[in-house]
Design a protein around this ligand. Structure first.
Ligand code: NAP
Ligand code: 8YV
Length: 313
């Protein structure tokens, strides 16, 4: 029996490719020079798309493959998949929730400890030999501070647990109060920002969250306040953030995500009161393996006529 076609939008790991080759005829989209012609050519036999979350799946791909049944996206955030186009074409979409919660929460804690204790700068201080001449300046700590979580979802809750272990006070903002949560709820983000020391952003990218952390929110966080973004760059007004950090009106920022990745503006890279990571929230071998396997498990389930493991709503 001939294997159905699966379009791979961007390069994926050997583990994924090996599993896909056993099930499908795999088509590498990123290598095609004439993409519309390529889609045309593979359309008659292609029922599946697999994609790294960062690349997603455009309406052009979805509409260019009339036999498409499922888009399996690797990542919990599926903002790069045109879900409206998929829905209109009766194409299912899956993502990879939960399997990365602990990893992203750990990285968030690492970012916060790094910014408070100035760990990257202190490391540089030793490497560059400055310790021989003078003591390193005093830093700050998480203990006793209040953290406001914007987006107390699957990952937000794991971050909260870890910050509790740091003996921080936790509060949160979202569209709805979660009665089963022990933390104080704020229905207004500016009010929460005014009353916390740290604002941790971990809500999905959407039209509603675009620049949700605007100049007013960051002003309210203030010169002693620290911003942490592990969600998507689009949730923070990056220009306003840089201006406030430069002016000392925002205390610091710890960032895993940016407005135009992988571009990070020079003005941001020049600042001392920031810690910058190249979008590595889920980038460990074990977590990526779990994400990969879940992505393929969804394809396999659909092929076998079973329930999808993790469909998006
Ligand atoms: P989740 O379980 O769906 O939680 C999202 C939270 O955001 C919910 O508590 C939700 O609460 C809140 N939210 C949604 N829309 C909102 C709005 N308009 N205003 C305020 N709050 C809103 O998602 P998750 O699995 O924790 O993942 C969250 C996001 O993290 C992903 O979408 C992804 O973009 C990002 N992420 C980044 C990395 C990385 O590598 N840096 C890794 C994984 C995930 P309400 O429904 O009450 O509003
Ligand atoms: C990855 C992520 O960068 O899951 C997400 O939403 O942002 C990260 O885990 C990426 O999506 C992996 O393809």
């Amino acid at each position: 029996m001939t294997k159905p076609g699966c379009l791979m939008v961007g390069p994926m790991s050997e583990n994924v490719v090996a599993q896909l080759n056993a099930l499908f005829t795999v088509h590498n989209f990123w290598e095609a020079e004439d993409k519309p012609a390529f889609l045309n050519e593979i359309a008659p036999t292609t029922r599946y798309v697999i994609t790294p979350g960062s690349r997603g799946c455009s309406a052009e791909i979805i509409n260019g493959l009339p036999g498409l049944e499922l888009v399996a996206s690797m990542g919990v955030g599926y903002d790069a998949v045109d879900v409206a186009a998929a829905k209109a074409a009766n194409v299912r979409v899956t993502n990879t929730p939960d399997v990365l919660n602990d990893c992203v929460a750990e990285v968030t804690l690492g970012l916060m400890l790094s910014l408070a204790h100035r760990i990257p700068q202190a490391d540089r201080y030793v490497r560059e030999g400055h310790w021989e001449n003078a003591k390193y300046p005093l830093a700050d700590e998480l203990f006793g501070r209040r953290a406001g979580i914007l987006g107390l979802g699957r990952i937000g809750k794991e971050i909260a647990r870890r910050l509790e272990a740091m003996r921080m006070e936790i509060v949160y903002h979202g569209r709805t109060r979660q009665e089963d949560q022990p933390y104080r709820f704020y229905d207004n983000l500016v009010t929460m920002a005014r009353e916390v020391d740290w604002l941790v952003v971990i809500a999905p990218k959407s039209a509603a969250t675009n620049n949700i952390v605007n100049a007013d929110v960051m002003d309210a966080l203030g010169p002693e306040g620290c911003l942490v973004n592990v969600a998507r760059g689009s949730l923070v007004d990056q220009e306003a953030m840089i201006a406030l950090l430069e002016a000392g009106k925002l205390g610091g920022a710890a960032l895993d995500v940016f407005a135009r990745e992988p571009h990070v503006p020079q003005r941001l890279r020049d600042l001392e009161n920031v810690v910058l990571l190249p979008h590595v929230g889920s980038a460990t071998r074990a977590t990526r393996r779990r994400m990969e396997d879940l992505t393929v498990a969804n394809l396999r389930a659909h092929m076998n006529g079973e329930e999808l493991v993790s469909p998006v709503a």
